[in-house]
Design a protein around this ligand. Structure first.
Ligand SMILES: Cc1ncc(COP(=O)(O)O)c(C=O)c1O
Length: 444
């Protein structure tokens, strides 16, 4: 038996009793394998497993090449085809492809005339884009705390934050799990507010049988490389409102009456008119080339994500230190992220040390998200204090995302499970082996 086979047998508990002194080497090997790599043990993997990775195949490569050789590389026929595909898949009346989800959110706010003096209620547990776009419109983001078990906006706290200046609610479907849209939309209706959904994580998700992207006034999706499908950078704005769609198309194209394809095509018109100030947010045909082959694979991608989440949930069910987010009934989850809340009272290390320990095992992790209200900008600009949003503050210290993407193999998932179990066991408050020499906390 070679050393690798012995290690494999020990990892899977298939080795005979090691008390016999003839097995000293094996006993030492078991110690090394069970020790966290961060304190000198053998890492679970030899190669690094990133937190996320896109799955690009030959069809995408060929389509990009075809576009590059076609003579038309910016917004044109392929973007139009991609929009039609999105429209058909999502079931929305309009689907506007843009260069990011940030752009889609910005356009939605601008098309709804949200500007100086207005307030938009949103969540502090998100990527900066969600609240940045509100500020970029000259309006004010007003945070409402999140639910402790889903990290979604806590609908029960929204009404207390509404003022005469409130114009919209901007919820985020965290990790791909739809928010409580019935409740949020009910509040919006009573107070005549617009709902703009940040569905960066939620393509393919459903709420009570309705696909996300067809429910509120506007919805924004992301096609960034880590997302459920990718166009490298890219985003999509959906709406059923004709006026909103027309205005969004205009504003996303410098306020110009016709886009470039329509101007330069043989049958295009000679002139255009500037009808408004605006932004430049168009998706290119090179980006759309990827989308044309990614979207048809989304259902399969999401099915694999769901299967891996099931494996994680099962594998961690006996670890009190690892608490995955809750899943509500009546929804279809897009499983963009697998976030766990570390139960820090069960561990001798903090969240950052946990991430460092997994990194030493060659497992990538992430934090989605440390609350915006703890960021220097919000503290300085709006005088927000950490204790103003107690749930967001607490989960910000507990949350960790583990690798989850369809390109991972089942064996990669098993490596993550083994690494988490090893680290949790080594640094459990109950473990006799709890180490004193814990890794240094990394600077954020
Ligand atoms: C919740 C959320 N909203 C918006 C965005 C912005 O997406 P994009 O990078 O496509 O602009 C992200 C990006 O990660 C996100 O996680």
């Amino acid at each position: 038996m070679g050393i690798e086979e012995v290690a494999e047998a020990i990892r899977h508990d298939q080795f005979p009793e090691l008390e016999d002194s003839r097995y000293d080497t094996s006993r030492r090997l078991r110690e090394v394998l069970n020790s966290p790599a961060v304190s000198g043990g053998e890492p679970i993997r030899r190669s690094f497993l990133p937190l996320a990775a896109a799955w690009i195949e030959k069809a995408e490569e060929d389509e990009v090449l075809d576009t590059l050789r076609s003579g038309w590389i910016t917004t044109g026929p392929k973007t139009m085809r991609f929009e039609a595909l999105c429209q058909e898949y999502l079931g929305s009346k309009h689907a506007i492809a843009v260069n990011s989800c940030t752009a889609a959110l910005q356009l939605a706010l601008a098309a709804c005339d949200i500007g100086p003096g207005d307030e938009v209620i949103t969540t502090p547990i998100s990527w900066p884009a969600t609240s940045n776009v509100v500020i970029n419109q000259g309006a004010k983001p007003v945070f409402v705390d999140v639910e402790p078990d889903t990290l979604n906006l806590d609908a029960s706290k929204i009404e207390a934050a509404i003022t005469p200046r409130t114009k919209a609610i901007l919820p985020v479907h965290m990790a791909g799990q739809p928010c409580d849209l019935d409740r949020i939309r009910g509040i919006a209706r009573r107070h005549q507010l617009i709902v703009i959904e940040d569905a960066a994580h939620a393509i393919g998700a459903e709420y009570h049988g309705r696909r996300i992207g067809t429910i509120s006034e506007a919805t924004a999706f992301s096609f960034y490389p880590t997302k459920n499908i990718t166009t490298i950078e890219g985003g999509l704005l959906t709406t059923d409102n004709d006026d909103l769609a027309e205005r969004a198309r205009l504003l996303g194209n410098q306020g110009i009456s016709r886009d470039a394809w329509k101007r330069y095509a043989k049958d295009g018109s000679l002139h255009w008119q500037l009808l408004s100030s605006g932004f430049k947010m168009n998706m290119t045909d090179v980006q759309a080339s990827l989308g044309l082959h990614q979207l048809p694979r989304l259902e399969e991608f999401n099915r694999i994500r769901e299967e891996y989440v099931r494996m994680y949930n099962e594998a961690f069910s006996d670890l009190p230190a690892i608490q995955p987010l809750a899943q509500r009934s009546g929804i279809r989850h897009a499983h963009h992220l697998f976030i766990v809340l570390l139960q820090l009272d069960q561990l001798t290390i903090d969240r950052d040390q946990f991430m460092m320990a997994l990194k030493a095992e060659n497992i990538g992790t992430g934090t989605h998200f440390v609350s915006m209200h703890l960021q220097p900008f919000y503290r300085k600009e709006f005088g927000i204090q950490p204790q103003d949003f107690p749930v967001a503050r607490q989960v910000s210290e507990q949350l960790v995302s583990l690798p989850l993407y369809p390109k991972m193999t089942v064996s990669d998932v098993q490596d993550v499970v083994q690494a988490v179990r090893k680290v949790v066991t080594a640094y459990s408050v109950k473990s006799k082996a709890a180490r004193r020499e814990v890794p240094e906390t990394v600077a954020a």
